[in-house]
Design a protein around this ligand. Structure first.
Ligand SMILES: [Zn+2]
Length: 325
């Protein structure tokens, strides 16, 4: 559906979602918290709510080697490729096992995020969502916490290169701190970072203290808000306005939301207690902000979430939030 904004410029109001079994291949086996059934859990709820009929489907693709190098160092990308061929060993100190085809599966997640970002930038849609993405722990030179390639980091670098954007916001409401994105851009003033997470004294990866606000030219461009274990929707609501105020100050040209569902009550590996309402609110208010800024660009990335019902509810709440209803 095309609508006309003030001034007569046509703006596409559609919402796009990457739907593909290819995304489900990114998983570490049925017994692992990051199992391949996460995709199916989301799709069942997405269809049950009729969202498949209201959104445009985008296909993923495998990101190229050169695209991966926009964020990662060559030695690390080569290591993933080698271990992917044998399926042996780990890609970090012991959280993230290699499996046969892990390179291709991880590159498809990155390609899905890049296709979604491109769809927004070319006006095919106004917002987009990618369920099995937002792999925020991967560093430029290594895997971490179930994350092989950091699709958020690659997308930020590619958006700058291809579209000339200079201010990109990254908002993260996953229970875990988005350390791969934070340290990947810690001294980069062009990445406006805001992250609400469980206090690192109680949860992996242990980072994201209030004092970590960016370095050098980026001092003040990063906002870390740790919450104590047990924090609920009311606690989220108390701090969320700080995220909106932080973004309003920097006026980003594109907003990325890593909406990990492991911050909901009942997740098996974290201790926060939100409901999906917090995720819906975050999505809605970021869209309102993006609209106020005149571009409307919001890209949602699923992130963590190891209770299947929780991720289905949180992620569909985000897609519904994109409609601003
Ligand atoms: Zn997480």
């Amino acid at each position: 559906m095309l609508v006309f904004a003030a001034g007569g410029r046509a703006m596409n109001s559609e919402i796009a979602v990457v739907v593909s079994e290819r995304l489900a291949r990114y998983g570490f086996g049925d017994a692992h918290p990051f199992g391949p059934d996460r995709h199916a859990a989301f799709m069942r709820e997405f269809q049950a709510r009729g969202l498949d009929a209201r959104t445009r489907a985008i296909e993923p693709r495998e990101a190229t080697y050169e695209e991966l190098l926009a964020f990662h160092i060559p030695a690390y990308v080569d290591l993933v490729r080698e271990r992917s061929a044998t399926g042996q060993g780990f890609l970090d100190a012991g959280d993230t096992p290699a499996f046969r085809g892990v390179y291709e599966a991880a590159a498809v997640v990155v390609g899905a995020t890049l296709n979604a970002a491109d769809a927004i930038m070319t006006g095919q849609c106004r917002r987009a969502f990618v369920p099995i993405a937002g792999l925020h722990h991967a560093a430029r030179d290594r895997a971490a916490g179930f994350c092989v390639f950091n699709d958020c980091g690659v997308a930020i670098e590619c958006l700058r290169k291809r579209s000339g954007l200079t201010r990109i916001a990254y908002v993260d409401i996953d229970a875990h701190h988005g350390d791969g994105v934070f340290y990947g851009f810690e001294d980069d003033a062009g990445v406006i970072f805001a992250d609400i997470h469980e206090d690192g004294r109680y949860l992996y990866p242990g980072t994201g203290a209030v004092e970590e606000a960016g370095r050098g030219p980026a001092a003040g461009a990063k906002l870390n808000i740790p919450l104590p274990p047990g924090s609920d929707d009311a606690a989220f609501a108390r701090v969320w306005p700080q995220v909106i105020a932080h973004l309003e100050k920097f006026k980003p040209e594109f907003i990325m939301l890593q909406c990990g569902a492991d911050s909901l009550e009942g997740d098996p590996i974290t201790h926060l207690r939100y409901t999906a309402a917090s995720h819906g609110r975050a999505a809605r208010e970021l869209c309102q902000l993006a609209d106020r800024l005149g571009h409307g660009r919001v890209l949602g990335l699923g992130g963590g979430g190891y209770n299947r019902a929780n991720l289905a509810h949180a992620w569909t709440a985000v897609v519904e939030g994109f409609f601003l209803e």
